[in-house]
Design a protein around this ligand. Structure first.
Ligand code: ADP
Ligand code: MG
Length: 384
């Protein structure tokens, strides 16, 4: 059965008790993550660590995305979890027990990859049934579960077709049905939407998220696309150069990046360079001071960059209030629900992108000079 009730229980309820006493719960239900990477390292050539030091807990029922540029170690991490690669050092635990030396088929995870690799000579139904055939499930039970899995990915009635008779998006859904049909507690996906065109990819992102919500199983998803990661995930782990730079819930990741790499990799920012002047202000090359949050312990006198999101910059009618910089509007782009101002700051070279809500009155025009306010609490200063 693929009904939610028959699957491993999702995360424990987070509803807070109305009194100030924590309920007594066994350490197993709360404390033991589904998966735990402990001090995992990986080198392929014995010299260069492509995963440098991985300590990562994956909670039951969550949608976790490993996000990062090409070559940052995402696939290697997923392959170690799947069992197709072994760590050079460290342990991987499932439910608190080491699986580092357990072969892939005994881990019983569902898997979907970019090149979905359906068996071309088998029908859609036979492809989906394959994991059940391997597990010696009876024919009747197979038929029932395949029908259910195909319904789940909205391919009812397609069971007799060959993969070549389906579109790319439909083939990817078959691969998903095949990964889910044996009710794995953990589903691993490596850039599964990478081969699809933009519209279909965005549609599948919403479907995957909804499927995750319905099933309550744990999804670990790999992508290099930050928009995709933010759309679908509960938490995101940002990888760079074999190291997790930040692990956080999506809103936290966007609002409070913990270093310059994450701030630049996720979302747009206006970036202003300067030197740290005091605990919470930087000196710009033209001598002005800009206040902000010193995020990661930059030292006074060191080179820093401040990043501000486009929707956080305020356009002031005139004058120069606190924490403001003058800018020239180079272009105004109409987006229907907002305007985007493309500006150049007073130094003549730093670009600033401002997301402006539609409002009554005349919006700024190209060629005009405006005053941009950078709210100090949302101006994040990073060491380089
Ligand atoms: P990502 O999925 O983030 O793009 P990978 O985990 O595939 O990154 O790769 C990380 C690094 O390991 C890259 O430098 C890549 O070239 C190298 N690498 C990946 N797989 C192998 C392999 N089988 N043999 C040798 N090097 C590999
Ligand atoms: Mg990869």
């Amino acid at each position: 059965m693929l009904a939610p009730s028959s699957l491993p229980s999702p995360l424990p309820s987070t509803a807070a008790p109305s009194f100030d006493v924590r309920p007594v719960v066994s350490s197993r239900t709360v404390a033991t993550p589904l998966v735990s990477f402990q001090g995992v390292q990986k080198t392929y050539d014995g010299v260069h660590l492509v995963v440098r030091q991985l300590d990562l807990d994956i909670q039951r029922g969550e949608f976790l995305t490993l996000l990062g540029p090409s070559g940052s170690g995402k696939t290697t991490t997923l392959m170690m979890l799947a069992g197709f690669e072994s760590p050079t050092s460290g342990e991987i635990l499932l439910d608190g027990k080491p699986i580092t030396r357990t072969p892939p088929h005994k881990r019983q995870f569902g898997m979907v990859f970019q090149n979905y690799a359906l068996f071309p000579h088998l029908t859609v139904g036979q492809n989906v049934a394959y994991p059940l055939t391997v597990r010696k499930v009876t024919k009747d039970e197979q038929a029932r579960r395949v029908a259910k899995a195909l319904a789940m990915v909205r391919l009812t009635g397609m069971g007799e077709r060959l993969p070549s008779q389906l579109s790319g998006g439909q083939q990817q859904r078959v691969a998903l049905a095949r990964a889910l049909v044996f009710e794995p507690q953990l589903v691993l996906m490596d850039e599964p939407l990478g081969a699809l065109d933009k519209q279909l990819r965005e549609h599948m992102q919403i479907e995957l998220k909804e499927l995750h919500r319905q099933l309550g199983v744990t999804f670990v998803f790999v992508t290099h696309d930050q928009g995709e990661a933010l759309t679908m995930s509960d938490r995101v782990a940002v990888f760079n150069d074999g190291v997790i730079q930040q692990l956080a819930a999506v809103d936290d990741m966007y609002e409070r990046p913990s270093n310059r790499f994450v701030a630049g990799f996720i979302g747009d920012s206006t970036v202003v360079t300067g030197t740290l002047e005091s605990g919470d202000a930087m000196r710009l090359p033209d001598g002005r001071l800009l206040a902000g949050v010193n995020v990661n312990g930059a030292k006074i006198g060191s080179a820093v960059e401040a990043c501000v999101r486009p929707e956080r910059i305020l356009v002031r009618p005139g004058g120069s209030g606190g924490n403001t910089l003058q800018a020239r509007v180079d272009g105004v782009i109409y987006h229907g629900d907002h305007l985007r101002l493309l500006c150049t700051l007073g130094d003549g070279r730093t670009g600033a992108s401002v997301k402006l809500p539609l409002a009554d009155g005349v919006p700024p025009q190209a060629g005009q000079t405006v005053t941009l306010e950078f709210p100090p609490a949302l101006t994040r200063i990073y060491s380089l």
